[in-house]
Write a protein that binds this ligand. Sequence first.
Ligand SMILES: C=CC1=C(C)c2cc3[nH]c(cc4nc(cc5[nH]c(cc1n2)c(C)c5CCC(=O)O)C(CCC(=O)O)=C4C)c(C)c3C=C
Ligand code: FE2
Ligand code: FE2
Length: 329
Amino acid sequence: MKKVAVILFNLGGPLTQADVKPFLYNLFSDKFIIALPTPFRQIIAKLISTRREASAQANYRYMGGGSPIVKETEAQARALEAHLNTTPDIEFKAFIGMRYWHPFINEAIAALEAWGAEEIVALPLYPQYSTTTTQSSFETFKKAYKGTAPVHFIEDYPVNPWFVSAYAVLIRKAVAHIENLDDYRLLFSAHGLPEKVILGGDPYQRQVEASVAAIMATLNVPIEHVICYQSRVGPLKWIGPATDETILETAKSGKSPVIVPIAFVSEHIETLVELDIEYKHLAEEAGTKDYIRVPTVSVEPDFIRGLAEEVLTAIGYAAHTEVKEAIAR
Ligand SMILES: C=CC1=C(C)c2cc3[nH]c(cc4nc(cc5[nH]c(cc1n2)c(C)c5CCC(=O)O)C(CCC(=O)O)=C4C)c(C)c3C=C
Ligand SMILES: [Fe+2]
Ligand SMILES: [Fe+2]
């Protein structure tokens, strides 16, 4: 049996309160996040991580002190492995390579080498490609991997039909009890980026828009929708509209927001704290009648199947017939 390793790339997060500052330092010293030459970047990273430490620690305390991102990604890894291992003649194993905290990308490489991987699939848990996420992870991997196994890079999958249908399923479930959909608005919220990153050619925003268009086309529910961007950090101008402002505007117009996190595929600080606590509080202050947050696709069977199809396609193994039918439809 051929052994194929799948590395799931994600951002990572602090596991304990003591990890918060070094995690933030790693994030802000990434040249794909802060486009400044060394050593200025390290100086800035030191400053920002020191300044943000206490408030970020307080946010991570809402989730028991650290980020659930590793546990969530672990569940996705096991679900994907189980799905892939129904394929004859190939043994799959999924490894986790985080960009800014443990288990780091080099730890994933050591583990897959110890396992004896003969082929590697690089699978970012970012459906939409960005230089700040996917490219940063891939370059880190390329620098660290010294082995000879062929590597297949999955760049993005913003309109993968199973990813799209996973969201359609979750949205339909979240709005099923609503009597009058005219009183609600879908807010697709993606992590924002500095505008200059997009102007520099980053396809992220375009791909977020493609994901939303595909989900709306599949959803078949008569509800108004808008795209917005959350989690702005720092002094630069970021792409908009901002999620918090869009929530306020929605509440003030007498409608209630149904928030769909569209660029995150698992639960972590940006969904559990920013969306579920901070923005919910804002909406309530603005007098919202209701506030609904659709869960991330996490281990939704359709999503895991979508990831599996991406992996099988990347290694040249014929995709399941179902996916071909879905594409043809
Ligand atoms: C689509 C995914 C993401 C993009 C694009 C992205 C860009 C980006 N992020 C920051 C700054 C921070 N991000 C932080 C946490 C965080 N970011 C993502 C995803 C994307 N980031 C995830 C999944 C997480 C959560 C990790 C967790 O611990 O649960 C943080 C730390 C938390 C906080 O203080 O808000 C920062 C800071 C920038 C500057 C940026 C693009 C330039
Ligand atoms: Fe981020
Ligand atoms: Fe953020």
